[in-house]
Ligand binder design. Structure first.
Ligand SMILES: [Zn+2]
Length: 150
């Protein structure tokens, strides 16, 4: 397993992405939905990969849903970076990670293809995610200590 570190810009969202293949060749999907176009959302996933994320301030990371509302997009409200998306299917979380939030990985390693899933039904979309998204997802949320002083 290759250990890829990444996160948002300000450090509120950090993750380790365990990648089962050679990190020199990472297949990447440039999603063409309206939300991902605005963020330039470009993702990778693998059925044997693992995502372990830590969110140090949950208030700063509200998740965003749209369309069929079958995925939560983790966008840091402090620095504005879209890090990953998680879809819950039959009590299990599946994730894709925005490769632009990888650190110490040369973007020359990305093999990008543009995808268009607009014609999918909600059922076929979830079936595809179950096959191709990363099925081991752990997100640790830590709420910042509230000051008890006036
Ligand atoms: Zn941030």
């Amino acid at each position: 397993m290759q250990r890829i570190e990444g996160g948002c810009h300000c450090g509120t969202i950090r993750y380790e992405f365990l990648w089962p293949l050679d990190a020199a060749e990472i297949p990447v999907r440039a999603c063409s939905c309206s939300f991902c176009m605005k963020h330039r959302g470009t993702y990778t996933s693998h059925p044997q990969a693992e995502l372990h994320a830590t969110i140090t301030d949950t208030v700063r990371v509200p998740t965003y849903r749209f369309g069929h509302e079958t995925a939560d997009f983790y966008v840091c409200a402090r620095c504005g970076v879209l890090t990953f998306a998680v879809s819950r299917i039959a009590e299990r979380d599946y994730a894709v990670v925005n490769v632009h939030t990888f650190e110490h990985i040369d973007p020359a390693n990305f093999t990008t293809r543009v995808t268009d899933f607009d014609g999918e039904t909600p059922d076929s979309r979830l079936a595809r995610r179950k096959r191709t998204w990363t099925p081991t997802v752990q997100i640790t949320r830590a709420r910042k200590e509230e000051s008890t002083q006036c």
